[in-house]
Design a protein around this ligand. Structure first.
Ligand SMILES: [Zn+2]
Ligand SMILES: [Zn+2]
Ligand SMILES: [Zn+2]
Ligand SMILES: [Zn+2]
Length: 548
């Protein structure tokens, strides 16, 4: 293939632009990227704060609210009711474009004064302590999720009930501490499992019941460490296991797991695709945690997109989109935008809804078009202005780039990008990114000890301040959450929600493909298992032949 090798402007690593990439850039009329795919993702994720919520006032109705923006944010922060109301008009912040300045400077000025919605919610019931949640009920801290009921700390999940501490689970019930699972029931510590019930500490498995500490099994019952037991033996042994310390159990599980061969990539019903945890995709290259993609590349955690590149959490009926993060829903030809919905043929939008044919706007949320920097133009004036601005931005080197991290409204370490591209305070500040140290007031001694068994845990634990055994940060357990742990027969976690989330994240391989060969047949494979890892990695054919 005729690859064009370029050097990333941000990290100086080399990256490839393929002829297919090139024809996509021509089709959507943008210059070739100057940043490598990883740096492009780092930039997009620096605008998404999922887990840092603050108590503050709505700057319109003065109600006490939960917000993703701390009290020192420069712009007004409104509760969702006020933000969506007609009590304010985003066009009052509209301004003329100044050809003597860069576009990003002017976009930053606009973003510093335009009111922001405290959290992003859509049709939820009794689920205030959340952001980026939709169609959910009695749900707590489950960012990026939808159709959730009675769930706690379930990130990027959908159609779940009675679940707690999970990442990327789908159609699950009574599931805890699990990642990348689908249609599982009554289980915990499951990784990449499908249709498993009454299982715990199980990885890469499907259609199994009553299995404990297993890897790569299917259609199994009463197995421990992949060995068959009688029902009675199984019950007795699992009871013994469950009396162990959860950290020791996890270690034992991981030590066992590496002894079982792994599949090179996790794909289900995909054609000509690469990446990991992808389902029903066609020509999806270097994509992760996605389903229903067609002709896509560098897409993560998105659903139902076509002919698009560089998307993160941007899904549902997407076509010809490039460098977009969060939001989605009926976006056609949307570029360089954050949290934008149903806004076709637009570029550089931040938190806009139903805004067509527009450029560089913030907070527009009524049906409109032909706006630049929140100012309305006639259709012909818009076309002309847009053309001149793009030419100006080509000269300043801005066009074709997502918003710079320095203009993100969030400190770098409060965003999702810190999870994947961690920086120290000094490194972030040297790059011109915002940073905020954690509040030392959040690290007090615990007011109670957590019992090892849920049966011995009193109701009063919900009144106590707990301290994370890993990082010391304080956290609480709310009454509904306690009820769920009782239903699951699981002890209250001894780590704070943040450490639990990072623990789940560490169970997933990095979103990077390595060139290796199958350990059995020597065929070249691309896999997310880096060459220095202990696991034996097989190609599709050898894996199916050995495991099932
Ligand atoms: Zn780079
Ligand atoms: Zn309000
Ligand atoms: Zn912690
Ligand atoms: Zn093989």
């Amino acid at each position: 293939m005729d690859m064009n090798t370029k050097t990333c402007k941000n990290c100086s690593q080399q990256f490839q632009v393929s002829p297919e990439d090139k024809s996509f850039y021509v089709k959507i009329n943008v210059p070739e990227p100057t940043h490598c795919p990883a740096c492009r993702m780092q930039r997009r994720l620096a605008f998404r704060n999922e887990r840092n919520l603050f108590r503050r006032q709505c700057d319109m109705c003065k109600k006490q609210i939960v917000a993703t923006f701390d009290t020192d944010a420069p712009f007004p922060v409104f509760c969702p009711e006020c933000w969506w109301s007609d009590k304010w008009d985003p066009s009052q912040y509209g301004r003329d474009f100044d050809f003597g300045r860069t576009f990003f400077e002017q976009m930053e000025d606009l973003m510093r004064v335009t009111p922001k919605s405290s959290v992003l919610h859509l049709n939820n019931e009794n689920s205030d302590y959340n952001t980026l949640l939709a169609y959910s009920k009695n749900t707590y801290m489950s960012p990026g999720s939808y159709f959730m009921q009675d769930c706690f700390y379930c990130r990027k999940s959908q159609y779940c009930k009675d679940c707690v501490n999970n990442n990327l689970i789908d159609h699950c019930e009574l599931v805890a501490s699990s990642v990348n699972c689908k249609e599982c029931y009554n289980g915990h510590h499951l990784i990449n499992c499908r249709s498993c019930s009454d299982c715990a500490y199980v990885v890469d498995s499907s259609a199994s019941q009553y299995c404990f500490m297993c890897a790569g099994i299917a259609n199994s019952k009463f197995k421990i460490k992949n060995r068959q037991y009688s029902q009675e033996e199984y019950k007795k042994l699992v009871e013994e296991y469950m009396r162990k310390n959860p950290d020791d159990l996890m270690r034992e599980f991981q030590e066992f797991s590496v002894t079982v061969p792994k599949k090179y990539q996790n794909q289900l019903n995909c054609e000509h695709s690469s990446g990991d945890y992808i389902q029903s995709c066609k020509n999806a290259i270097d994509c992760y945690d996605c389903f229903d993609l067609e002709d896509c590349k560098y897409v993560i955690e998105s659903v139902n997109a076509k002919d698009s590149m560089d998307l993160s959490m941007h899904d549902k009926d997407i076509e010809l989109c490039y460098e977009c993060s969060s939001g989605g829903e009926s976006n056609k030809n949307l570029k360089f935008s954050y949290c934008t919905i149903a806004s076709p043929n637009s570029e550089y939008l931040y938190s806009c809804f139903y805004l067509a044919d527009s450029f560089g706007c913030d907070g527009i949320h009524t049906r409109s078009k032909n706006q630049i920097l929140n100012k309305k133009y006639s259709e012909s004036d818009y076309k002309l202005m847009r053309q001149q601005i793009v030419e100006h931005m080509m000269r300043t080197g801005e066009y074709g780039e997502f918003f710079p991290i320095s203009i993100s409204p969030f400190p770098y370490n409060q965003t999702l990008t810190q999870d994947y591209f961690p920086l120290t305070r000094e490194q972030a500040l040297a790059k011109g990114y915002k940073w905020k140290d954690p509040d030392p007031k959040q690290y007090m001694p615990a007011t109670a000890q957590i019992p090892y068994s849920i049966e011995e845990t009193p109701d009063s634990i919900t009144q106590e301040i707990l301290a994370c055994e890993a990082c010391g940060k304080n956290y609480k357990v709310i009454a509904q959450e306690l009820n769920l742990y009782r239903k699951l027969h699981l002890p209250i976690p001894r780590k704070c929600p943040e450490c639990r989330y990072l623990g789940l994240l560490s169970l997933k391989n990095q979103r990077q493909l390595w060139n290796r060969t199958c350990a059995k047949c020597d065929m070249p494979i691309q896999t997310t298992y880096s060459p220095d890892r202990q696991e034996t990695v097989y190609c599709e054919k050898c894996y199916l032949g050995t495991i099932y």
